[in-house]
Write a protein that binds this ligand. Structure first.
Ligand SMILES: [Zn+2]
Length: 499
């Protein structure tokens, strides 16, 4: 009889300061969760761990059971009811009997009444079957918990930011478990955690200590000393007792490599701690950064100057409607600018009603109050022409999420003369050029681009950018961690406390 593998995806990066709710319909990249064969169809062949697990099942001649695939873009905690609705099909599939479980999880999911959703998922599956072999692939922004480690057989995570190695990281977790199922190895894990609140703006390998740690982890894997070595720099916008930097290493206990796993894990964390000051981001004042961008773009470039509005990134729970950076760009008279995306369903409705080619005056963005950081929404009044309207159905062709579909909702382009602004009904972080191209804007031809993103934009936009300028606006992804009222963090924690 062939083996039966349960493969599932439940993924949410929860920003506990976010003003954005997370209903069940938010999962499935905006179209609700996919179940059964629909889950397979949605993810097969994509650059995701889920697709890697499907390929492993095929290779091992196992039946792939896919009860649920559900990923929401980041926002605040989902309700208990939503969480149970996501978990129920997975529990039912495991209860029906299987040889192993392969999970594509985020690692920083918080739900109503539970600061550690992944730990809860894994505990619940092990409650159904205590010795269930489970492989987990986590996002880079995981706040690793003791329950997650105690209730998984193998844990890996991404080694890139932007995350362009999702498939590869899933393949590594799945391969290790498949070899264990064949009796070839006996995986054992070592892990550790640091009281270190690292800024996402310093997480990219080229920017901070992560590059050195990831290089070391790769060397240890390639040398065969360990099976998998994973750095998890954490997600500072989730206020939980697990928030911090961690590492988890898998080695073959059958070959006596447990001590090696411990040593590799300790070395990875030692580098992070020694270089912890480099995980702190020091923002430049907004007026100064926009002025600097204006000068950079004044002479013709090979490609646009890209301004990054990083404090309001919906890819980490931002409202995506704070207008501060747009306002400063217009005030300093930057010209030939394309901006993406502002989320404002009301403004989209107004532009759709007016029609393409019509002149309109809008109160754009600023519809969301953010009481957690004391910020009130403030729209920006703009006059312009409706240049384009689309259904917002896009397919990623760049290096991130390659092949996956996403749904912006109805999308309209407001052309103010100075700037063409892509306005969407749904949240979406711009990491693929399709965000402009699908509505008729050629980003490589613009003098300036403004993106509501932090690091993931680099996947699609770094190759076309002449210069990149980080602009500190406002919002719930502010890199200045002193704006957040943390209540659940383990204290003391660096850099909030002097340790
Ligand atoms: Zn991430």
């Amino acid at each position: 009889m062939s083996k039966r593998f349960v493969i599932a995806l439940i993924k949410h990066e929860t920003n506990t300061f976010s003003p954005i709710a997370t209903p069940l319909s938010a999962f499935g990249h905006g179209n609700g969760p996919a179940y059964g064969e629909d889950a397979k169809a949605a993810f097969a062949g994509s650059n995701t761990p889920f697709a890697a697990f499907l390929d492993i099942a095929r290779r091992e001649g196992a039946e792939a059971v896919t009860p649920v695939a559900a990923e929401s873009w980041p926002s605040n905690s989902a309700s208990r009811e939503t969480f149970e609705a996501l978990l129920a099909p997975l529990e039912a599939a495991v209860r029906a009997g299987c040889d192993a479980c392969f999970l594509d999880l985020h690692g920083a999911m918080v739900v109503e009444g539970c600061d550690d959703a992944e730990g809860e998922i894994l505990k619940r599956l092990r409650r159904i079957r205590a010795d269930l072999p489970i492989a987990v692939c986590f996002d880079y922004h995981t706040n690793l918990s003791p329950d997650s480690v105690a209730n998984a057989t193998v844990i890996t995570g991404y080694k890139t930011y932007p995350h362009v190695d999702m498939y590869e990281a899933g393949l590594r977790a799945g391969d290790i478990l498949a070899r264990a199922l064949r009796g070839q190895i006996r995986p054992a894990m070592a892990w550790g955690w640091l009281p270190l609140l690292s800024s996402i703006m310093r997480h990219a390998p080229e920017d901070g200590p992560s590059g050195e740690i990831l290089g070391y982890a790769r060397n240890m894997e390639n040398s065969g000393r360990v099976l998998a070595a994973t750095l998890l720099p954490g997600f500072a916008h989730a206020d939980t007792p697990y928030t911090g930097v961690s590492a988890v290493v898998v080695a073959d206990a059958a070959a006596g490599a447990q001590a090696a796993a411990q040593a590799v894990c300790e070395r990875m964390l030692a580098i992070a701690w020694e270089r912890r000051a480099e995980y702190v981001f020091h923002p430049e004042p907004l007026e100064q950064s926009v002025a600097r961008a204006r000068v950079l773009g004044a002479s013709r470039q090979n490609g646009p100057v890209v301004l990054i509005d990083h404090c309001d990134n919906c890819g980490s729970g931002g409202a995506q409607d704070v207008m501060l950076v747009v306002e400063e760009i217009l005030r300093q008279k930057l010209d030939d600018v394309a901006i993406a995306p502002i989320r404002d369903p009301g403004a989209v409705a107004q532009m759709v009603a007016a029609g393409i080619g019509t002149n309109v005056t809008l109160k754009l963005g600023g519809k969301t109050d953010m009481p957690s950081i004391g910020l009130a929404g403030r729209p920006l009044e703009l006059a312009g022409r409706v240049r384009n309207i689309t259904d917002g159905e896009i397919v990623f062709t760049g290096p991130m999420y390659t092949g996956l579909k996403s749904h912006l909702g109805r999308t309209a382009v407001l052309d103010t003369g100075q700037a063409q602004i892509v306005v969407t009904e749904r949240h979406h972080e711009p990491f693929d050029l399709v965000i402009f191209r699908h509505c008729g804007i050629e980003p490589t031809k613009k003098r300036y681009l403004m993106l509501k993103s932090r690091i993931h934009y680099r996947a699609g936009f770094k190759p076309i950018a002449a210069h990149i300028v980080e602009c500190a606006g406002a919002g719930v992804t502010n890199a200045d961690l002193s704006v957040y009222d943390y209540r659940k963090l383990v204290r003391p924690i660096y850099p909030l406390d002097p340790i």
